[in-house]
Design a protein around this ligand. Structure first.
Ligand SMILES: Nc1ncnc2c1ncn2[C@@H]1O[C@H](COP(=O)(O)OP(=O)(O)OP(=O)(O)O)[C@@H](O)[C@H]1O
Ligand SMILES: [Mg+2]
Ligand SMILES: [Mg+2]
Length: 625
């Protein structure tokens, strides 16, 4: 299925205009145009919302943030820095003998919409504070909420990605509490009649779940509801707080899981996966680190005996506002251990709301847990029900594109990528890198004259393209500032230019070293798809490989005086050593590469010829002695 960006869909559904630019994953299939939608609230239908549709373009989608990539990088760095010991501790800390941990998570994600939930004010959080505020956003007397139907596009896509059943009718309630960041004294939310229910998220081992959960675990989603965000508070010295009402009223979804998570690593994996799913359908503005996604974790413990006897779950405490995957895992571990200590000392766990600060080792009490009574929920009399038509749901489902798990399976099954590389390719640049890979692959197949409709059994060119899109491009980002990757999968190294380089490499007309130099040239804009071949010609970079005989001569040259090394190969042949002495072979290949003309040698050919010479000539000679 084709994936179309949310902004693009909004334009189409609201105004009937649709441009093919921005159509993601277009390699996979083409979209069927929608004819009619029946999306309305309070009797307003989409066709009449011309005012909304022609207003300023979305600014939210332009946020230059790639939080997931950064978090993955930082996590990998931290893991590397902490060495194996940390990994072991983390794995060890997933269970406490005699106790069962239970976790349910509420995830708040900011929807990728151009307007606020109940006012046409723009959703921009990088602009001057308090510059996008409608009268209703600050609860001016007499102002009324005006539901912005376009928020349903990212909201429904998110719910579909979470396998939820979309509810044809949903309603808004007022949830009361007083705080300076909430001008009305209540938040408008959908607690009792959410727009989506009964979903599920499948987590695999590759998603980083606890080893105790095996290969795969499924977590139920109780419901997904729409609600308003609050104003942003910035603390200043002297107990002064600055408020930015640009954020108040931004459309959020709250995703509520069932209490089905039993290990801290699995909880973090769930949040990561939800973020990945939301990003893959373009439903969410930004990830955790940028504040676009926040998680509240609900934690309880009970004795395993009680669990086995089917007893009630323990009393839950809730840790609010966690803003990184690591914080989710660490806070759960700390809270689990605190509750167990309380119970083992004969105490009782109190239902309360607790806080967690980064780098901390314990949670701290903030207040008693608010209950439904405290919130004094009541239906919002100013808002009618939200009616979502089947045709809209069907259209959004058909235009979502391939979800990450299916994409990873395809990359592994069809092109032979490792699961780890496939996961990275689909997550870096918030999913744009894999689109770049498809663009490169299309251009490469065109250059190589391959028919992409046929199920070609040899996919080596695709694996080569994937490795370069991930690893070689990754090296560029490590050494230079930014690739400038767009959601459509284009960057400072145009896909056509990379394909031109890879076509020569695949045909063994240049070496990998030359290809890497050309990649830098393309990055600096010094070569284009059309000038790659010219440049190779001008700089005499063509790879004129040595003949088999020339390789064999070099091999003979480097084994001179290496009887001791050859002895190791003999020991393996005679069954006296378990493992093939690959290290020794590579040592000799290194010698060959240094002895020959680099421009004319391929390490793989050198290895193949050398191995054959050792086996066919030198070992029989040694055996004959
Ligand atoms: N005993 C329990 N142990 C752990 N988690 C639980 C337990 N009981 C419920 N939960 C989880 O707590 C969460 C409750 O979220 P929900 O939004 O329904 O209520 P809330 O926390 O009172 O609301 P809010 O925090 O939005 O005001 C769910 O994720 C649920 O799975
Ligand atoms: Mg909640
Ligand atoms: Mg809660």
């Amino acid at each position: 299925m084709s994936r179309i960006s949310t902004a693009e869909l909004s334009r189409y559904l609201l105004t009937g205009r649709f441009s093919r630019r921005g159509c993601l994953n277009s390699r996979l299939s083409r979209i069927a145009p929608v004819r009619q939608t029946s999306l309305s609230s309070q009797g307003r239908s989409l066709g009449t919302s011309a005012e909304t549709a022609t207003a300023a373009p979305p600014s939210a989608t332009a946020a230059p943030i790639t939080p997931l990539r950064k978090q993955l990088k930082e996590q990998a760095k931290a893991l590397k820095a902490s060495g194996k010991k940390k990994k072991k501790n983390k794995a060890d800390n997933q269970t406490v003998p005699g106790w069962e941990l239970t976790v349910g998570i509420e995830i708040h994600a900011q929807l990728n919409s151009a307007r606020k939930l109940f006012s046409p004010a723009a959703t921009s959080f990088n602009d001057k504070p308090n510059s996008h505020v409608a009268l209703f956003d600050v609860a001016m007397p007499g102002s009324q909420p005006l539901f912005q139907p376009e928020v349903l596009i990212p909201a429904v896509r998110a719910a579909l990605a979470l396998n939820c059943a979309i509810q044809p009718i949903s309603r808004f309630d007022r949830k009361h509490y007083f705080h300076w960041d909430q001008p009305a004294g209540y938040q408008i939310t959908q607690y009792y009649h959410p727009f989506a229910r009964d979903g599920r998220v499948v987590l695999h081992a590759r998603d980083g779940i606890a080893p105790e959960d095996g290969d795969r675990v499924e977590i139920g989603i109780k419901q997904v509801q729409m609600e308003q965000d609050t104003a942003k508070t910035t603390a200043q010295p002297g107990d002064v707080h600055w408020l930015d009402f640009n954020r108040v009223g931004l459309p959020l979804i709250e995703i509520i899981t069932l209490p089905q998570i039993h290990h801290p690593a699995t909880a973090a994996a769930l949040v990561r996966k939800v973020q990945m799913l939301l990003a893959s359908v373009d439903a969410c503005v930004s990830g955790m680190e940028a504040g676009g996604l926040r998680a509240d974790v609900n934690v309880s413990v009970r004795r395993t005996d009680d669990a086995a006897a089917g007893g009630k779950l323990g009393t839950r405490t809730e840790i609010k506002n966690l803003s990184s995957f690591k914080a989710v895992e660490d806070a759960i571990i700390a809270e689990r251990d605190r509750q167990i200590a309380v119970l083992e000392a004969g105490g009782v766990v109190e239902a309360e709301t607790r806080g967690w600060s980064l780098g901390s080792t314990e949670t701290r009490r903030l207040r008693g847990k608010e209950g439904e009574v405290d919130y004094r929920y009541m239906p919002d009399p100013d808002l009618g029900p939200v009616v979502i038509g089947d045709d809209l749901v069907a259209h959004l489902a058909s235009s979502m594109g391939v979800l990450p798990d299916a994409e990873i399976d395809e990359l592994v099954g069809r092109y032979g990528l490792s699961a780890k590389d496939a996961l990275s390719l689909t997550t870096v640049d918030d999913g744009a890198r894999v689109q770049y890979f498809y663009n490169v692959l299309d251009a490469l197949e065109a250059r190589l004259g391959l028919d992409k409709t046929g199920a070609a059994s040899d996919q080596r060119h695709a694996l080569l393209a994937a490795n370069w899109c991930l690893h070689e491009l990754g090296k560029l980002t490590e050494l230079s500032s930014d690739l400038g990757m767009t959601p459509e999968g284009e960057c400072n190294v145009p896909s056509a230019a990379l394909a031109a380089i890879l076509a020569h490499l695949h045909r063994r007309e240049i070496t990998a070293k030359v290809a890497k130099e050309l990649l830098w040239d393309a990055f600096r804009g010094e070569v284009t798809a059309d000038s790659v071949t010219q440049k190779i010609d001008a700089d005499k970079l063509w790879f004129k490989e040595l003949s088999e005989d020339e390789y064999a001569q070099l091999a003979d040259q480097v084994v001179q005086g290496e009887d001791k090394v050859l002895g190791e190969f003999l020991r393996f042949k005679q069954g006296k050593a378990k493992a093939y002495p690959q290290g020794k072979l590579m040592f000799l290949v290194g010698k060959m590469m240094r002895a020959g003309t680099e421009q004319r040698m391929d390490p793989a050919s050198a290895e193949r010829v050398l191995r054959a010479r050792i086996e066919d000539v030198y070992l029989p000679r040694l055996e004959g002695r």
